[in-house]
Design a protein around this ligand. Sequence first.
Ligand code: UTP
Length: 296
Amino acid sequence: MVEKIRKVVFPVAGLGSRFLPATKSVPKEMLPVVDRPLIDYAVEEARKAGVEHFVFVTGRGKGAIEDYFDHAFELETTLSERNKEAALKALSTTQLSHGSASFVRQQKPLGLGHAIWCARDIIGDEPFAVILPDELVLHEQGCLAQMVDAWHSHGGNVVAVAEVPDDQVGQYGIVAPGKDDGRIVEVKGLVEKPAVKDAPSRLALTGRYILSPSVFDELKKGAIGAGGEIQLTDAMASTIGSVPFHAVRFDGARFDCGDKAGYLAANIAYALQRDDIGPKLVDLIPQLKDFVLKEC
Ligand code: UTP
């Protein structure tokens, strides 16, 4: 029996249409939060959770992600010749050890569930994690590490959840809760993007999953769900009853960086946390009041 979550899948093949025109030629997952792309934070979070193998589900126009985690020979040699030690050090998070990254192509963005299914041969028959890079969680230990702790206690499927307001319920997969100890919630059902009146709770899936490989048996059916896409939520929902299923209310500040306001808020929050930028930003923020729209 596998006692560790060794592999993570990063689905990065989506269109990023909410960030057009920027995402016409730059993958959404390469948009920077301060000075690191979203995907870099996702890899860091997976590392903190003890993950050893990183699977990227890419698509057309996503080559920059592969290059980012490659050895940049010319750049590193030039920086080294010029004694740019700080710049060289900044590249350290981009190094993945030899053989620890796999890239698989999703030829068409048919949905998150389909993207995960594209990774089936690389994952094989063991439990694995999924991180959506456009959801950031600012926390020392990381969100996935907290979920791995819950998985050691409960096994099966574990998802990260957060309470969302009524007007956001229709943007997320929503949990039908069972037993709830305030942190760990038993998952009795899941509904993808429900109308508020049909939502079984306000507990939304927030882009972090630990999944039993049995989810691939459901994904291979290719059932079309909300928005005409093959939904991971629907495949997970079909496994309820056959594997234990729990949700974790994690610690940390969450930013939905698939949304412009959430992305900008993440940039400010992450910058404020940094010794090199935080104090300068605090000085600049008062000047921004001149830009506030009159009607706000
Ligand atoms: P999103 O729906 O947030 O991303 O999917 P998107 O489709 O790229 O963005 P918008 O809505 O058009 O602005 C969450 C994650 O799943 C990946 C995306 O790349 C993103 O990281 N994804 C989504 C895939 O890999 N394949 C898909 O078919 C759909």
